[in-house]
Write a protein that binds this ligand. Structure first.
Ligand code: ADP
Ligand code: NI
Length: 221
């Protein structure tokens, strides 16, 4: 088998596996979230000198067992990814790199000291963060809030600006607070030049949306 055919086989098999595993997941963490992150990661990667196989595999596998849907167990995702990649015959060094990305990509882990960094992690993390802002980011936040039966907004429940990882994971606050507790912070957490540029534009859209939301809430528009 030629290298490029082998490459395509790895990608196809992984996409097929992930799509199947994420069937029925919450709309903001489903196959289509992965699809968008995968596309965006490839777009960002064009401008960066990276191992594109690592980027694609990590983008595809980064949410196969999100810990917040698995009793905060942070080991299932990396474990399942490793087992799957071993089964399809991916090279060991590539597997190790992909698994390290999956372990370190999450926003909640940004509360801890970064344990691992690579250019490939930077690309996939930017792509994942971009899907949390802009028009899609708004849709995902309210979908997640609905999934958790949270209020849209509560003027008597202000956002918490200084949160620990535990506060963040336990947070039960209204969905609008999530914009202040996470989504508006992402613009300044981007790693790559391409990511920063797209984030700036999506951030502006969020700010405009929030202004309008509050005005409408108070009957001012
Ligand atoms: P990560 O998976 O990177 O640790 P999260 O799972 O916290 O990050 O966030 C992924 C997406 O899930 C967010 O961008 C948002 O759309 C949604 N989400 C997570 N927590 C909340 C919340 N408390 N309120 C609304 N949406 C949330
Ligand atoms: Ni994700």
């Amino acid at each position: 088998m030629s290298e490029s055919v082998k490459y395509q086989e790895f990608i196809n098999q992984t996409a097929y596996y992930v799509k199947d595993r994420l069937r029925g997941c919450e709309g903001g963490h489903d196959w289509w979230h992965v699809y968008r992150v995968w596309r965006m990661a490839k777009h960002i990667a064009v401008k960066e000198k990276v191992d594109i196989l690592v980027v694609e595999l990590a983008a595809l596998l980064h949410d196969i067992a999100d810990s917040k849907f698995h009793n905060n167990d942070e080991e299932i995702g990396p474990y399942l990814s490793e087992q799957f990649l071993l089964k399809i015959g991916v090279e060991k060094a590539t597997i190790e790199h992909v698994v390290s990305i999956i372990r370190n990509i999450s926003f909640k882990n940004s509360f801890d000291k970064p344990a691992f960094y690579s250019k490939e992690l930077a690309v996939v993390q930017d792509a994942d963060r971009l899907d949390a802002i802009g028009a899609i980011g708004i849709a995902r936040a309210f979908n997640f809030g609905g999934f958790k039966n949270r209020p849209l907004y509560d003027p008597d429940s202000p956002p918490k600006t200084k949160m620990t990882k535990e506060d963040y994971q336990k947070s039960d606050s209204p969905t609008l607070n999530h914009f202040y507790e996470k989504l508006l912070l992402l613009k300044d957490m981007m790693n790559t030049t391409t990511g920063k540029k797209i984030a700036k534009d999506r951030h502006r859209y969020l700010v405009k949306y929030l202004e309008r939301f509050i005005k409408e809430w108070e009957g001012k528009l």
